[in-house]
Write a new protein. Structure first.
Length: 290
């Protein structure tokens, strides 16, 4: 914890406090993070509980990223302001006792008034999972894109990703109806790796455009299937050729993996890589014990 921060976090009971949350959710039956009229969203669910527990304060929850309908989160970060005697570390239990089964609070912690879940974040990291075996798997289906129409070469896909590193105008991967006024993105890390029948694509950037990862993956699989070479993939986004990006990968394969800050209020075990690899990895030993 930075010097002097601990003193800034000690408040008299009942004073306004800013509380950070680390949140997991399965997006299958959720219409994304952001509140929408007559729709079930993560923000709506959490705000509804907070305002029932602490009425007459009109509490609003601010998230680090606005995930779309059907997208999962392993460690979404959010914050809210509240006047309450409830200790900040106890909000995790208060919320989890009332939240539905597809949303869970991994941690709650105090943060200073100038810390903001969205604007203090330095980067977000997403993971996209593709399941390539022709045999369907019910336990992988909610968290991966079942792509078995053609073999995918993860080495070619990884090669195609590398030129994305740096600051680029990625309007080719920007869906319409976005409120963002520009398409500049600082891409900090990219990778495409295979383990058995699973391919996992990870992208870390200072921010993400509306629909960016799903559009990017929808084009990237063409490289893996040898329908498009890596140079052509790069040419499309460098020329901002949005019409050439025709398909968006399904939402269910995408997960907001983690968010980075100069000061993270949670221990690493709460927020770092909490989408479990063991769950998404088929066993290497296919022999029976019987």
């Amino acid at each position: 914890m930075p010097e002097g921060l601990r003193e800034r976090l000690v408040l008299p009971k009942g004073e306004r406090q800013r509380v950070a949350l680390a949140i997991q959710y399965i997006g299958t039956h959720l219409h994304g993070w952001q509140r929408q009229p007559n729709q079930r969203t993560v923000q709506t669910e959490i705000e509804g509980i907070l305002n029932s527990v602490v009425p007459n304060q009109q509490i609003r929850v601010h998230g680090a990223g606005r995930t779309d309908s059907g997208v999962h989160a392993a460690a979404q970060i959010a914050h809210f302001d509240v006047c309450s005697p409830v200790p900040t570390e106890n909000w995790k239990a208060v919320l989890n006792a009332r939240l539905p089964d597809d949303i869970m609070i991994r941690g709650s912690a105090p943060v200073p008034d100038d810390w903001h879940a969205r604007f203090s974040a330095q980067w977000r990291r997403y993971r996209y999972t593709i399941y390539t075996d022709a045999l369907p798997n019910l336990f992988l289906a909610p968290y991966s894109w079942h792509y078995y129409h053609a073999p995918l070469d993860e080495v070619l896909m990884d090669k195609a990703l590398q030129p994305l590193l740096g600051r680029h105008h990625l309007s080719a991967f920007h869906r319409s109806n976005s409120s963002r006024p520009h398409s500049w993105v600082d891409v900090q890390a990219v990778s495409c790796r295979r383990s058995g029948s699973l391919i996992q694509i990870e992208i870390q950037a200072n921010g993400f455009l509306y629909g960016m990862v799903r559009l990017l993956v929808g084009l990237l699989v063409k490289v893996g299937a040898s329908e498009l070479d890596a140079e052509s993939f790069t040419h499309i986004w460098q020329q901002e050729d949005r019409p050439a990006v025709k398909h968006s990968a399904p939402a269910k394969g995408l997960c907001l993996l983690r968010v980075g800050y100069p000061y993270t209020p949670f221990p690493e075990k709460v927020w770092f890589d909490t989408q479990p690899h063991w769950f998404l990895q088929p066993t290497a030993d296919h022999t029976s014990d019987f």
